[in-house]
Each structure stands twice: as C-alpha cells, then as structure tokens.
Design a binder for this molecule. Structure first.
Ligand SMILES: [Zn+2]
Ligand SMILES: [Zn+2]
Length: 158
C-alpha cells in the first residue's frame, strides 16, 4: 500500500511535513490523520484520538494509532499531559510553555498561558545544581459548568 501523500495546501500541514522530514519520518496519511485529530481536539485522550482517526481512516488499527502518537510525542510534534488520576491527554506541541487547568469533577482541561512566557516559569527555592528546562504546572480546580451544577444540586437538596 502506498501511503506517502502530497502535502495539501494546509498551513499546519506544511509545517508538519517539514517537521516530519527533519526527523527522517515519511509523510504518511496515517501520521497526518493523527496530527489532524490531535489538532482538531486538543487535550484528547489516546482513545478519543483513535476514534477520531478511525472515522477518517477506518482501516488503521488501534495499535498503529498508539504507535504513531507515541512516535510523534518522541519527536516533539505532540505533547503529552497527564492530569492526576486521569488518562494522558495529547495536543499539538506549541512550544509556548503553556500550562493546564484541570477540573477534578468532570476532567475538562483548559490551557493557561505561562505566567512568564518561557520555561521554566517557576524559580525553585533550591535547584540542586540542575540546569532547569521546564516546570510543569497543573492547576486543579472545579470548572464553571461544574460549579453551576454543584450550586444547582445544592439548591435542589434544600
Ligand atoms: Zn468540570
Ligand atoms: Zn494545552
């Protein structure tokens, strides 16, 4: 099966194509479909990404989607974020050192711009001699929709 495709006129696809090539990866429709899926649904779980990809490429196996996702993460095209106690989420790597707010009730994830704009945005009181690369910040909380639902159920209970 011939899987190499021509780069479509798609601004991010041009960047993806050159990024893939610079890492010695062939530009395949499978890799592009995974990148499309992750960019369409930021912070999706691997399972969500599998469903999204298979709606476009029904013959692509679940295993191959996982393999491509892991490889894209390894070459820095996709970043992986692991909320505490929840499956890992994936997004297109933006390089903006943004952080995440995670709802402990429904699991929704929102991007939070980095407070300083570059990594590491936190200066530790003790760096143990490390040359620090990044600080991963996760803000845990309750999203507005859950706050509303909680307020509504509190009113009902009264
Ligand atoms: Zn929520
Ligand atoms: Zn994000």
């Amino acid at each position: 099966m011939e899987t190499t495709v021509q780069a479509a006129p798609h601004p991010s696809r041009d960047a993806w194509t050159s990024h893939l090539r610079s890492h010695g990866r062939r530009v395949t429709k499978q890799r592009l479909a995974v990148l499309d899926a992750v960019s369409a649904v930021p912070h999706a779980t691997a399972e969500d990404t599998v469903q999204q990809v298979r709606s476009v490429l029904p013959n692509m196996s679940v295993q191959s989607v996982y393999v491509v996702l892991a490889d894209l993460a390894a070459i820095g095209m996709v970043s992986k974020f692991e909320p505490p106690g929840s499956p890992a989420r994936y997004e297109i790597r933006t390089g903006d050192n943004h952080h995440h707010a995670y709802c402990v009730r429904c699991g929704v994830v929102q991007d939070v711009p980095c407070a300083v704009g570059h990594a590491p945005c936190l200066t530790p009181s003790q760096d143990h001699g490390f040359e620090l690369l990044a600080a991963e910040v996760v803000y845990r909380g309750v999203c507005p929709r859950c706050q509303e639902e909680l307020a509504a159920s509190a009113t009902e209970a009264r």
